[in-house]
Design a protein around this ligand. Structure first.
Ligand SMILES: [Zn+2]
Length: 414
């Protein structure tokens, strides 16, 4: 009689217990979490994570940008490291799954592999990246690890970053030691991230797993309209109302999402002066962004943003200044790793598709540095960064098993 080895799977009950414990840290009345990077709640989540790592007998590692890891070392001390990660910080009043699932599933993978006594041909490291959400500097931890941080990120001449530096210091992180956090890419085998989709593509198409092929490119702008502050009673022909220019821009620029299929536009912030009900606004600053999965199309969208801003300024007799404040290139995930994830999904009888991520993730910073894969599970109604964020637990279980089997597949093919 052939003895069948019990199949290697994650322990769903154990993983769920971890999820409940972590969700209690920074829990909000609405059912979400508020764990802004480097806040008391985030620091509590990090010390909870460190405790789990130590309780499970893994090596605890941290670096000079505050990334926190648990490492399961293999017997070959010179082996490379496979990173699995995401983030423990949340958006303001955010959801319980965003980021957390990637960390907890990663920790569970390490636990199962250790429990089985498997000696992988690489070290396995589950990592929490500091401030993915950008309470201070988005993707700070992953940028630190990949050596893409610059001094301007912590000591900007335009913005006073002193509160950020104070928050880092309070967390025991010396802001000026960030260069020490850079890892040697030759010491890494790759990076895997499991994340909730944050949109409804998988749900709408009734699919279990999304294998992200690329992350959209993104450009952010500050558009400043400058008019003249005069009394509200001034003759309309003589008014140069900066807020009307901004309103024209906001209304018109959204048409780019229709004009360029697959594109996204968001105007998320506006600041006006003098901000008095009896005075025509002399100044309006709109902060907005465009995203697209194709680099050439994104460049076209950028040109159109500037064109629309100029047209609206002209129409309302205003000056306008268009400043691109951030640009992130379209990032491609590693094809070999994508194929491994797909073959694992087939083995587990999970439906899957290749897809574009419309949201930014640590994986987009890691991908140009080390072979990376980003695995999505469905998100109910596509609602994320919100206390209502939800996914059926079976989706988390599926995603965690895909993560585990992908690690084992990489080991087989090593
Ligand atoms: Zn996230």
């Amino acid at each position: 009689m052939v003895m069948l080895m019990p199949e290697t799977r994650i322990n769903s009950v154990y993983l769920h217990d971890l999820f409940e414990e972590l969700s209690d840290i920074g829990a909000t009345r609405q059912g979400g979490v508020h764990r802004l990077a480097l806040s008391n709640e985030d620091l509590e989540a990090r010390s909870w994570f460190a405790e789990q790592i130590e309780m499970l007998g893994f090596a605890l590692r941290d670096d000079d940008v505050g990334n926190l890891s648990g490492v399961l070392r293999c017997s070959n001390m010179n082996a490379k490291t496979l990173l699995i990660g995401s983030h423990l910080d949340s958006a303001p009043n955010g959801g319980r799954y965003d980021g957390a699932i990637g960390i907890l599933a990663g920790l569970e993978c390490l636990r199962v592999i250790k429990e089985r006594g498997l000696d992988l041909p690489f070290h396995l490291e589950v990592i929490d990246f500091t401030d993915e959400e950008g309470s201070w500097q988005s993707l700070y931890g992953s940028m630190g690890l990949t050596g893409t941080l610059t001094e301007a990120h912590i000591s900007d001449s335009k913005t006073d970053n002193a509160p950020f530096r104070a928050a880092l210091n309070r967390a025991g992180i010396n802001p000026y030691d960030y260069l020490n956090a850079r890892r040697d890419p030759n010491s890494l085998l790759g990076y895997l991230e499991l994340h909730i989709e944050q949109s409804d593509f998988l749900e709408q198409n009734n699919l279990n797993i999304g294998v992200v092929s690329r992350v959209v490119g993104r450009s952010s702008f500050k558009i400043r309209f400058i008019g003249e502050a005069v009394h509200a009673a001034t003759n309309y022909a003589k008014k140069r109302d900066a807020l009307l220019g901004a309103a024209c821009f906001i209304t018109d620029v959204h048409s780019l999402a229709q004009e360029f299929a697959g594109g996204m536009v968001n105007c998320g912030s506006i600041d006006i002066q003098p901000n008095r009900v009896t005075i025509v606004p002399s100044y309006a600053k709109v902060k907005m962004e465009v995203r697209h999965p194709d680099p050439a199309t994104l460049a076209q969208m950028e040109e159109k943003v500037a064109e629309i801003a100029k047209q609206c300024a002209l129409h309302h007799q205003l000056e306008v200044r268009v400043e691109r404040t951030l640009h992130r290139d379209v990032v491609y995930m590693n094809d070999t790793l994508m194929q491994s994830v797909e073959s694992v999904c087939d083995e587990l009888n999970l439906s899957h598709t290749r897809m574009v991520s419309l949201a930014g993730h640590d994986a987009q910073i890691l991908a140009p540095f080390t072979p990376s894969a980003l695995i999505f599970i469905p998100c109910k109604d596509g609602i994320s960064m919100n206390p209502k964020e939800y996914t059926d637990w079976s989706n988390v279980e599926n995603g965690a098993n895909v993560l585990l089997k992908t690690i084992l597949r990489i080991a087989e093919q090593f």
